[in-house]
Design a protein around this ligand. Structure first.
Ligand SMILES: Cc1cc2nc3c(=O)[nH]c(=O)nc-3n(C[C@H](O)[C@H](O)[C@H](O)COP(=O)(O)O)c2cc1C
Length: 226
């Protein structure tokens, strides 16, 4: 797969086959992704990779809590969305949610069905493996951004191994449980989870793609010779 296909075929996959991800493959992805750039070459990312039994253990901790604790969970360890969310970002976020729920025929009013789908986050959407991207609490915006670049590099490399991914900030809502599960010391915190596995190509939730703004909406160019 070339780099263009890897980038264009990446999407947030929300239904996976139970086929295991070999440890050797996960190790290669995590290692190679560290070629991502970082300010001062700080390499501020930390990664916890889990699979198989460990994934099942974490799912089992949360399963009985889904009915009563969603959507708030344990409260977030950091605020994900700007408050208030203003245009044009508000509409983009709203629309992608609508597309997602339409793909599985869940109407806006059906809160119970929406929560049920949202709860699939805490099953890693059926993925047999997952990553947690962890940061130093003392680090600032530049290091957050570097970890974002690392996360994206993981997602692109995963395509090279025939894998798909879904980044999952949803795990931030259960940060206490995840902290205990990963035995994170106080100076670290989870930035995002990520489901990793082989996509279920039949699943309707995988059958749509999020839109993007046209180039002119977010970029300007000057000084180029045509
Ligand atoms: C850091 C990060 C966290 C995300 N967290 C979640 C999540 O918890 N659950 C989910 O279903 N999607 C999550 N997403 C996926 C976004 O909704 C998705 O990237 C966006 O709608 C664009 O769609 P695409 O990834 O399919 O291109 C996350 C994406 C990023 C970058």
């Amino acid at each position: 797969m070339d780099i263009f296909d890897a980038v264009s075929s990446r999407y947030s996959c929300r239904a996976f086959l139970p086929k295991p991800v070999p440890e050797a493959v996960m190790r290669e992805i995590v290692e190679r992704a560290a070629r991502a750039p970082s300010a001062g070459n700080m390499q501020p990312w930390r990664v916890h990779a889990v699979a198989g039994k460990r994934v099942e253990e974490l799912k089992a901790l949360l399963r009985p809590r889904m009915a009563t604790e969603l959507p708030k969970g344990e409260g977030v360890e950091y605020v994900i969305y700007p408050q208030p969310m203003v245009e044009p970002y508000k509409a983009r976020s709203f629309n992608v949610g609508e597309q997602l729920y339409q793909s599985i025929n869940v109407p806006r009013e059906d809160k119970a069905a929406r929560y049920k789908q949202y709860a699939r986050n805490y099953e890693f959407f059926g993925a047999p493996a997952a990553l947690f991207f962890v940061r130093e609490k003392a680090h600032g915006p530049a290091q957050w951004a570097d970890i974002g670049g690392y996360l994206q590099t993981v997602a692109i490399l995963a395509r090279g191994y025939g894998l798909h991914t879904c980044p999952q900030q949803a795990w931030v809502s259960f940060h206490r449980t995840v902290r205990d599960f990963l035995e994170l010391p106080d100076h670290l915190m989870v930035y995002s989870g990520m489901a990793v596995g082989y996509e279920d190509p039949q699943a309707p939730i995988n059958g749509w793609r999020s839109p993007r703004e046209p180039l002119e909406a977010f970029a300007t160019f000057s000084g180029f010779e045509s």
